[in-house]
Design a protein around this ligand. Structure first.
Ligand code: SAM
Length: 303
């Protein structure tokens, strides 16, 4: 059942958190000249039009990327660096700005492709036929090889990868409750095959209650506890360390559904914790997050 379309959500607070974390991890891999492997298991379309009917439905980019001061034309030699932000945040803003000037937002494979070097081995899997067509076109002039394939099946098939260092981004729609278990199973299997890989798993933060669409009644949201359960399962993985970042955009309530999101990073690169703390401080400020204790950077497992 493939009904999810990321075009409704492109550039929202969750994309900003996810893509900043992705850039931080790839920039850490880029410190060494040795090539690396990258796989985006749920790649989406690659590029999104912010003026599309879908994007305009809830204008989610307004609570995310559009809160940054972006959208001005810059020359190659005149990138949008601010001087007082960490270098990887400047990298993210420069990548994004090149699309925002044309009313677009780049998805994860296109963000990643801007950081890949010659010799890096990168793939993006997408199962939805239409999304895959867009992905194929949007990756045409990049170093990412787009595949019309189930991301979980592909991860199992290609790991351990060549080269043997690198990262996997897992960003499913979580439309079905069963998808949380599917992610946990896939990650446990992947870690057995490639225990030294970096795995970045995005997950939603959902309010405990929600409004029933038909009756308007407030009912329990059975999916609300599933992200927390997934995180506790990741803390039991046979790996060196597991790091987690969560950002609350607004207070949890029945009216908002997804009030924030998180990224769990298995085997984070050295000093990524500092990058994640920078990310949290920046998005709290720029996106005016709800400053409660649910926004945090924490170790779920350490050596
Ligand atoms: N990672 C993208 C980004 O950050 O720009 C957004 C991805 S979106 C949240 C999830 C995508 O996964 C959708 O395009 C959906 O069609 C696709 N999808 C769903 N199940 C899949 C599967 N088993 N394998 C590969 N893609 C899948």
């Amino acid at each position: 059942m493939l009904s999810y379309q990321h075009s409704f959500h492109a550039g929202n607070h969750a994309d900003v958190l996810k893509h900043l974390t992705l850039v931080a991890v790839l920039e850490r891999l880029n410190i060494k000249s040795k090539p690396y492997f990258f796989l985006d298991t749920h790649a989406g379309d690659g590029v999104y039009e912010l003026s599309s009917k879908q994007a305009l439905q809830n204008e989610e980019a307004k609570t995310g990327v559009l809160k940054f001061d972006l959208g001005t034309q810059t020359g190659e030699e005149d990138d949008k660096t601010t001087g007082d932000l960490p270098a990887f945040v400047d990298s993210y803003l420069n990548i994004i700005n090149k699309y925002i000037v044309d009313g677009q937002y780049p998805g994860s494979p296109v963000v990643a492709s801007a950081l890949l070097r010659k010799g890096d081995n990168a793939f993006a899997a997408e199962l939805h036929p239409q999304a895959f067509e867009s992905l194929k076109n949007n990756c045409r002039r990049t170093a990412i090889k787009a595949q019309h394939r189930d991301g979980y099946e592909m991860m199992n098939a290609v790991l351990p990868p060549t080269p043997n260092r690198g990262a996997v981004l897992i960003d499913p729609p979580y439309e079905q409750s069963s998808e949380y278990e599917q992610v946990v199973d896939a990650v446990f299997r992947a870690v057995k095959r490639w225990p030294i890989g970096i795995y970045m798993i995005w997950y939603p933060l959902l309010s405990d209650t929600r409004e029933d669409r038909k009756t308007g009644e407030i009912v329990n949201n059975p999916k609300a506890a599933l992200s927390e359960k997934m995180l506790s399962q990741f803390s039991g993985l046979d790996v060196k360390s597991v790091l987690n970042i969560q950002f609350c955009s607004v207070k949890p309530s029945a009216a908002v559904g997804m009030y924030g999101s998180g990224m769990c990073i298995i085997n984070p690169p050295w000093q990524l914790e500092n990058d994640l703390k920078d990310i949290l401080a920046i998005i709290q400020k720029q996106l005016s997050g709800d400053n409660n204790q649910l926004s945090k950077v924490e170790w779920l497992k350490t050596e």
